[in-house]
Design a protein around this ligand. Structure first.
Ligand SMILES: CC(C)(COP(=O)(O)OP(=O)(O)OC[C@H]1O[C@@H](n2cnc3c(N)ncnc32)[C@H](O)[C@@H]1OP(=O)(O)O)[C@@H](O)C(=O)NCCC(=O)NCCS
Length: 443
């Protein structure tokens, strides 16, 4: 992995901000005062409560041990120990793509600009700097989760994995799905902390859109991190599923709110390597006594549990929204990292306002679903009778990439152009993923 915190600050954005009397710089992650000031600014940017001393100490300890790139913007003259007026944080992190491989991507988080400094181009300077730095570091792809869907399209990101919250009315609901041979057993969150990463990493191969989970993510999920005031991490319960051969194949993490029959089971995380584990854990949850409601946020937009109960109307998807946004920087590496559902030859003309991926590419998919990608020079013309041609933006290619967006729908909306007949159908046949892309965490 590249030591991303050692890459110098981007000179273009540095100069653009300096012209407005602002200083773009890296935070020294071993300096507790500086990282605490940055964390306070990050919290303020999201309108979160003031972080506690315990939370700041915990996060500062994590940053000190990491190679993460923590960037701030200060009013000049800059004082690193003062709160920055803008924040951004990045690191390299694996992303599962169709076929089960994990591709190293440039993760971006904590994008904030203080309300006193908004709409002066600071976020644009931060984001374009991140993309240039990611490219310099050799990342083929950048990714983030977003507060608002209106912010990142202008930088070439497109939504690529979705999530849905479910409300399940369990009163009178009967399990009609399989009843596996293994056992569901309680486990303490601290024990699960050591077991869950292996289960999650095995499960991830069939979950395009899932990203690595680092120690800080696990601690948050399991309620082991010092709580920030807005987070309720009390009373977390956890179970794991061992199959008939005693192998741990899944787990669930949840907590209750309320009392007796009015209590709600809040599902924090559930993960299964096998279909058996999926059935066993969902049966355990659905048949829980002394609660009539399960609230399950950030689940896949397609959940087999709907087919495993006697009343599918009792499982209500209450929303569906984008969760993971991708920004393709290196088309040949990104497109050849995944496998495809059907062979084909695609001549793709890509528009990218920021120029990273602008150009023409030939994607050749073999009968085994593996791909090779050639970059066409502006003067060359690809002549192959059976080639499918399409013109689209780098954003829309990101949305198609994990198999979650429909090319037929994009074509119908006018976003795909320059197509040979049935190009959209051919794209859908090849880009389809048997597992709909899903990201279960925020980062
Ligand atoms: C989102 C945020 C970082 C933007 O910062 P900013 O410095 O004001 O943005 P800029 O001045 O660089 O604006 C860049 C462009 O984004 C647009 N934009 C900025 N914030 C936007 C928003 N919330 N919704 C829609 N467009 C927005 C601007 O209009 C501008 O458009 P243009 O390129 O067409 O001129 C800032 O409003 C913020 O901190 N919001 C709260 C925290 C948050 O939600 N962060 C995002 C985390 S995923």
């Amino acid at each position: 992995m590249t030591e991303v915190n050692r890459i110098p600050i981007d000179p273009h954005s540095h100069a653009a901000l300096a012209a407005n009397d602002l200083e773009l710089g890296l935070v020294d992650t071993s300096n507790t005062a500086a990282i605490s000031a940055w964390l306070r600014s990050d919290a303020r940017g999201f309108h979160s409560p003031e972080p506690s001393a315990e939370y700041l100490a915990d996060r500062a300890g994590e940053f000190a041990q990491s190679n993460d790139r923590v960037t701030g913007v200060w009013d000049r003259p800059a004082d690193e120990d003062a709160e920055p007026v803008a924040t951004i944080w990045s690191w390299e992190m694996g992303l599962t793509v169709p076929g089960g491989e994990s591709i190293d991507a440039w993760a971006i988080s904590s994008v904030t600009v203080a309300p006193t400094h908004r709409r002066r181009g600071i976020a644009r300077a931060l984001l374009t700097a991140e993309l240039r730095t990611a490219r310099l570091a050799g990342s083929a792809l950048a990714m983030l989760t977003v507060t608002e869907a209106t912010i990142y399209g202008r930088y070439g990101f497109g939504p690529a994995a979705w999530q849905a919250p479910y409300t399940i009315d369990t009163k009178g609901l009967r399990w009609i799905g399989p009843v596996p041979d293994g056992r569901v057993k309680f486990v303490s969150p601290s024990d699960l902390f050591t077991i869950a990463p292996d289960v999650f990493n095995r499960a991830r191969t069939r979950a395009p859109g899932e990203t690595d989970r680092r120690g800080d993510t696990w601690k948050r999920i399991l309620g082991l991190a010092p709580s920030v005031p807005s987070e309720d991490t009390h009373d977390i319960r956890a179970v794991l599923y061992r199959d008939a051969e005693q192998r741990v194949q899944g787990y669930a993490v949840y907590r209750f709110e309320g009392h007796e029959e009015n209590s709600v089971l809040h599902l924090i995380d559930v993960c299964s390597v096998t279909d058996d584990a999926y059935s066993a854990l969902w049966r355990f949850l659905v048949e829980m006594d002394l609660t009539n409601t399960i609230s399950a946020p950030r689940r896949n937009v397609i959940e087999p549990v709907i087919w495993q109960v006697n009343n599918p109307r009792a499982i209500r998807k209450t929303d569906q929204r984008d969760q993971l946004w991708l920004r393709i920087l290196d088309v040949p590496r990104v497109l050849s990292a995944r496998t495809y559902a059907a062979p084909g030859i695609f001549v793709i003309t890509l528009h990218d306002e920021l120029e990273f991926a602008h150009g023409q590419y030939v994607l050749e998919i073999s009968p085994t679903g593996h791909a090779s990608v050639t970059v066409l020079s502006p003067s060359s013309v690809h002549q192959q009778a059976d080639a499918v041609t399409v013109t689209l933006t780098v954003n829309d290619l990101a949305s198609l990439y994990l198999g979650g967006a429909s090319a037929v729908a994009l074509a119908g909306s006018g976003r795909l152009t320059g197509m040979t007949p049935d190009a959209a159908q051919a794209l859908d046949r090849s880009f389809a993923s048997p597992h709909s892309p899903h990201l279960s965490t925020w980062f």
